[in-house]
Design a protein around this ligand. Structure first.
Ligand code: URA
Length: 211
């Protein structure tokens, strides 16, 4: 069979393969796969952690309370779903929203790396410890242990080249973190302002893409 050529068609093919071939206990327990949403041609990719209850119910990432906060943070710097693509480290919900374990990360992230290859974003904004460590370790699950936490890394861009893909990483706290630790709201808002400034100097926002 011929490989699909458009980005959306290539993403659809990855989604279909996860449904067909991925083996993981989370998959058996989940209601829906949560693959990703947004613009496949976006220059900005956000990577969260794992689907929660509402995402599992709908099959769409970031539709629950963390998603509402993420929407507000994006809007505050003039971004919409047309400007970004949003995916997660895990494609299926861990029971009770527990942290992903290493075995799950190993099973799920090869598909995330395929999504990254297709989207080929200029910026990868990581939300929380798991995606920050995975991306900064160069997509290497073993290497994640050596990467400091997001509390150390947040708010500062880093250039990265992994497997021939070059991008800027911008680590951010996970928006859910400010729901249980309210002082983090100001930190996230400030980091998003820095992100907005970085994107506008580098011409990654929609106005500039269309201009
Ligand atoms: N938290 C995440 O990291 N991802 C989602 O899709 C929802 C909540």
């Amino acid at each position: 069979m011929d490989e699909p050529t458009g980005k959306q068609a290539r993403l659809d093919a990855i989604r279909e393969r996860i449904g067909r071939e991925m083996v993981c206990p989370l998959k058996d327990a989940a209601t829906h796969m949560v693959f990703g949403k947004g613009n496949p041609d976006a220059q900005i990719l956000f990577i969260g952690e794992a689907p929660g209850e509402q995402e599992d119910r709908t099959g769409v990432p970031f539709v629950g309370s963390a998603g509402r906060e993420l929407d507000k943070l994006l809007r505050a710097i003039g971004l919409t779903l047309d400007d970004v693509y949003i995916a997660n480290i895990l494609k299926y919900r861990p029971p009770g929203n527990r942290d992903p374990n290493e075995d799950e990360i190993r099973r799920h992230t090869p598909y995330l790396v395929e999504q990254i290859r297709v989207i080929a974003p200029r910026f990868i904004c990581t939300l929380g410890n798991f995606s920050t460590k995975f991306v900064l370790a160069g997509f290497d699950v073993d290497g994640m242990r050596k990467i400091p936490g997001v509390s150390v890394l947040h708010g500062a861009p880093r250039e990265k080249e992994v497997q021939g893909i070059a991008f800027t990483v911008f680590p951010l706290y996970h928006p859910a973190a400010m729901l249980y630790k309210p002082p983090l709201r100001a930190v996230l808002e400030e980091d998003f302002r820095k992100l907005g400034a970085l994107l506008s100097t580098q011409g990654a926002q929609r106005q500039m893409r269309l201009g």
